[in-house]
Ligand binder design. Structure first.
Ligand code: ZN
Ligand code: ZN
Length: 418
């Protein structure tokens, strides 16, 4: 169902910041030359956006949920389901999903949590586990799927399961795998007790199964650490989420460099486009990302793009890296400005949250945003950045408002009332 005006959200992950002494007290957005972002701000309508609520630091997953119109307080039940979806598992509402590591166990002690960063053969190891657990554990279906290197995901599917259990991964070496237990407060919950039993049984039996697997026999012969145990952690329950197309009546695509967010997009039934050259690192090719966005707009009503690199500069507390990443966002947005007819498109630029350099992690600060294109009423802001956008016409609002603001400009939001 194609609509006239198409909608784009272009995000620099963690792009918002605080004043940085090394940048003369400017924020990276204020310091870095950003001609395209400034044009969007100058000809568009600006404001500050809180991802979830003022002051609450948001993860990339919860912030993107909020941006797409799904209240994370209501629907976010852990990152596991989106990661499992992102690696290609068929995740169904109610499933328990875990992130897992293939690790090395020696005499019952974990000696390498990443099994020597094993590069190949984990598909065969996952297959060996799936075959061995084909009958499930205590009536619970077990499905494992490998991801990159030592990473994997696991689903438990069945009645009477609970996400209120602890990790089996102790997050350190020199100790045995942890016993999975009900979390504090859930000790008496039969579902949590049952889930813990199933996880412990899985971890115990996975050791025998994996040790026998030809991949590991060969690794041992080559002097490499075997991937002889699978350690689940980060459990979540797969939520009931209405597909994006039903929620908003728009066909949506996602071009993002964050695996977790890609998993969310897949979970919502969006068209998740993989772009070769979009590495998710500082070396990413922002132009292929922008080109993919333009291509996706030919097929879809709505496209969300996220360029990951600004977040990395924030986490690493490196002003140069964050400024260089912002320059990439600017070039990508510049490409969109040239490539698209702005009578037929509306754009929001911004970020999913702030990752301030002086903080080294996500903060609960508001993110500067600007809307541009069809239907947008320009305000007096002439530059993109934290301070300029604080004077914009939109004031302060929540990410939960974004689909309404965009849809209002595009004319896709139905009237409430007569
Ligand atoms: Zn993020
Ligand atoms: Zn981050």
């Amino acid at each position: 169902m194609a609509h006239g005006v198409k909608q784009i959200i272009f995000l620099g992950d963690g792009i918002g910041d605080r004043p940085v002494p090394a940048l003369g007290g400017k924020t990276p957005l204020e310091y870095q030359e950003t001609p395209a972002l400034d044009l969007v701000a100058r000809e568009g309508e600006c404001g500050l956006m809180y991802p979830i609520r003022p002051g609450l630091p948001a993860g990339s997953d919860t912030a993107h949920m909020a941006l797409l119109g799904y209240d994370p307080h209501q629907y976010y039940l852990g990152r596991g389901p989106f990661e499992a979806k992102g690696v290609g598992l068929d995740v169904r509402p109610g499933d328990l999903a875990f992130r897992c590591n293939f690790a090395t166990l020696s005499d019952g002690i974990i000696t390498d949590r990443r099994a020597g960063r094993i590069k190949s053969g984990t598909d065969q190891l996952a297959q060996a586990l799936n075959e061995a657990f084909a009958d499930g554990i205590d009536g619970v279906q077990v499905i494992v799927k490998e991801s990159v290197e030592h990473r994997a995901a696991m689903i438990l599917r069945g009645e009477g399961l609970s996400m209120h259990v602890t990790d089996a991964d102790p997050h350190e070496v020199g100790v045995p795998p942890w016993d999975c237990k009900p979390t504090p407060g859930a000790e008496q919950d039969p579902a949590a007790q049952r889930t813990a039993r199933v996880v412990n049984e899985f971890v115990r039996r996975s050791q025998e199964i994996l040790s026998r697997a030809p991949v590991n026999v060969e690794r041992v012969a080559q002097g490499l650490p075997p991937a002889n145990v699978l350690l689940p952690r980060g459990v979540g329950t797969a939520p009931h989420l209405q597909p994006f197309s039903e929620q908003w009546g728009l066909s949506g695509a996602m071009i993002v460099e964050v695996d977790l967010v890609r998993g969310l997009g897949m979970y919502l039934g969006m068209d998740v486009v993989q772009v070769p050259g979009a590495t998710g690192g500082a070396d990413t090719d922002e132009m292929v990302l922008a080109q993919a966005a333009v291509a996706a707009l030919a097929e879809h009503d709505f496209v969300l793009c996220n360029l990951k690199a600004p977040d990395l500069g924030g986490h690493d507390s490196t002003p140069e890296a964050k400024c260089a990443a912002i320059a990439k966002v600017d070039r990508a947005v510049g490409y969109l400005l040239d490539a698209l007819d702005w009578d037929e498109h509306v754009l929001m630029i911004g970020g999913d949250h702030c990752t301030p350099i002086t903080h080294g992690d996500h903060s609960g600060d508001a993110v500067p945003v600007a809307f541009y294109g069809h239907g947008v009423r320009p305000d007096y802001v002439t530059q993109y950045g934290e301070r300029p956008c604080s004077q914009g016409a939109l004031g302060r609002f929540l990410a939960a408002d974004v689909m309404y603001l965009l849809g209002n400009y595009a004319g896709t939001i139905h009237k409430f009332g007569a």
